[in-house]
Design a protein around this ligand. Structure first.
Ligand code: C2E
Ligand code: MG
Ligand code: MG
Length: 477
């Protein structure tokens, strides 16, 4: 060929990459038969070096330095460029390694890094199908499966990934086991660009995590709506208190003579656009953001003021029950805070009952016992809420200074039709009495349930049958 072009002189300089590997050769061809000067050779060598840098730079921008797979940059920009205008099918699989932090903490970061390399390597070499693998950072990987957007077919690919993780990884002579949790979005139905697909796959991943580890979940539009609502609530919540959008409703509690003995404060959020929002929807958010501490303080103070007002209106023996959240309960000075409120409102502590859930109680037994004893020493009553929905562990009933056991409504639901359920409720009531605890049954909706509970010796009831949660003003009438 050089003869055809009448090439008489030729200089080739290798283009080397950062790791010493040769990418190619930079060739300069000349028609004249003359040797290259040292200046010319220098310039060409510099050009080859510069090209090497550029190629390295291009590599670094789209690759992950630890695993040599692609990185986030590739997954977004390059993927978008690739799919532009093409009719194709893709599945984006977001993978998170379960308890990877545990590996780092117990075996050290170096072993953690090797494990990540091994995981990446195994996915690239052992998975069948047209895949592009990327590491987004930490223990997050993305697999782009090309040519597939049919859920059933993608599902068998996901099963293959789970299978891949069923064998341990060899890390410096040790067997290390790890499992993945995955979230999947499909192209084009779940998004038309990489950013949307990635966001949706991440949403699906969070959903999969809720149902335990070593699982996968597909994105769906409902999830999107649910998460958009959560984002809106998270953004709006910090202002809800100062905008006076939070309100307390009260549900009456009755003794077995159907005389009202107390009220439970139940929080609602009157959102300017979304209307009344259930505490089940926003309390977890308030817990996550920490807003619950301030909100909880407001609830307690308002509830104490309201019950004081009831006393002043002649309903003298009524007590008020307030639900405590985990974050509130974990505050070191929770007992001081309660005392300050009681003194400010001038309410006798015996009229305040604090409800904690089983799950809260067993999170940190030592701390819980300490806080509860301090609260109890103030003269405030303590109830265990939703008994029967959590661990239903009996040992803590003896250990904590409790006054009341609130039987969850799911426990009560079937007592009139299910003999075994009846026997369980009866046994719990007897056991609570033996521990000198008062029993309040929740969610009484039918007269027949009330009668059975009366027969069983239940002390008090709360439920739609005798009174739904209502605004405070209605209690004054
Ligand atoms: P909870 O403390 O167990 O409150 C009882 C829930 O059962 C209330 O739901 C009440 O409206 C509902 N309920 C009462 N009787 C019946 C009945 O007969 N049938 C049925 N189907 N339901 C009944 P709500 O108001 O939606 O509150 C849900 C949960 O939110 C509460 O459960 C409590 O755990 C939490 N919560 C409410 N207010 C607060 C608060 O101020 N702070 C904290 N930390 N949690 C709160
Ligand atoms: Mg409660
Ligand atoms: Mg309850």
């Amino acid at each position: 060929m050089t003869e055809d072009l009448e090439i008489r002189s030729y200089l080739g300089v290798p283009i080397l990459l950062h790791d010493g590997k040769m990418f190619g050769t930079l060739c300069v061809l000349r028609k004249e038969k003359s040797s290259f000067t040292s200046d010319e050779i220098n310039t060409i060598q510099n050009m080859a070096m510069f090209l090497g840098y550029l190629i390295d730079l291009e590599y670094v921008t789209i690759h992950d330095s630890l695993t040599s797979s692609y990185n986030l940059n590739f997954t977004t920009k390059y993927f978008d460029d690739y799919i532009k205008g093409k009719i194709c099918k893709w599945a984006m699989i977001f993978i998170d390694l379960d308890n990877f932090q545990y590996v780092n903490d117990t075996l050290g970061h170096k072993m953690g890094d090797i494990l990540l390399q091994k995981v990446s390597e195994r996915m690239v070499t052992e998975l069948e199908g047209d895949i592009v693998s990327a590491r987004l950072g930490g223990d997050d990987f993305v697999l782009l499966l090309s040519g597939e957007n049919d859920k059933t077919k993608v599902e068998s690919f996901l099963e293959a990934i789970l299978e891949l993780f069923s064998k341990p990884f060899q890390v410096e002579g040790r067997d290390v086991s790890i499992t993945p949790t995955m979230g999947v979005s499909l192209y084009p139905q779940d998004g038309l660009d990489a950013e949307t697909l990635l966001k949706h796959a991440d949403m699906a991943l969070q959903e999969a995590k809720k149902s335990g580890q070593n699982h996968y979940s597909f994105f769906n539009q409902k999830l999107n709506e649910h998460i958009s609502k959560k984002v809106q609530l998270t953004n709006d919540l910090p202002k809800a208190l100062s905008n006076r959008e939070l309100v307390l409703h009260y549900q009456p509690q009755f003794n077995m003579e159907k005389k009202m003995t107390g009220i439970e404060a139940l929080l609602r959020w009157n959102h300017p656009e979304l209307g009344m929002i259930s505490p089940l929807d926003f309390i977890p958010i308030a817990e996550e953001t920490g807003a619950i501490v301030e909100i909880g303080k407001w609830v307690m103070e308002t509830a104490c003021q309201n019950v004081k007002e009831l006393h002043q209106h002649g309903q003298s023996d009524i007590k008020v029950a307030v639900n405590l959240s985990v974050k509130q309960f974990q505050q070191k000075k929770i007992a001081d805070e309660i005392l300050t409120i009681l003194e400010k409102v001038k309410l006798h502590p015996c009229y305040l009952e604090l409800e904690i859930t089983e799950n809260m109680a067993i999170t940190n037994m030592k701390r819980t016992t300490f806080s509860l004893e301090q609260i109890k020493a103030l003269g405030v009553r303590i109830a265990i809420d939703d008994f029967g929905t959590g661990y239903s562990s009996l040992s803590y009933l003896k250990r904590f200074p409790l006054d009341v056991l609130k039987l969850d409504r799911s426990f009560i639901h079937d007592i009139t039709v299910d003999q075994k359920q009846f026997a369980i409720v009866k046994a719990v009531i007897d056991m609570a009495h033996a521990l000198e605890l008062k029993v309040v049954a929740e969610g009484i909706e039918e007269e027949s349930q009330f009668h059975l509970l009366k027969q069983m010796g239940c002390d008090e009831v709360q439920g739609y049958l005798l009174g739904k949660p209502t605004p405070f003003i209605r209690l004054l009438k």
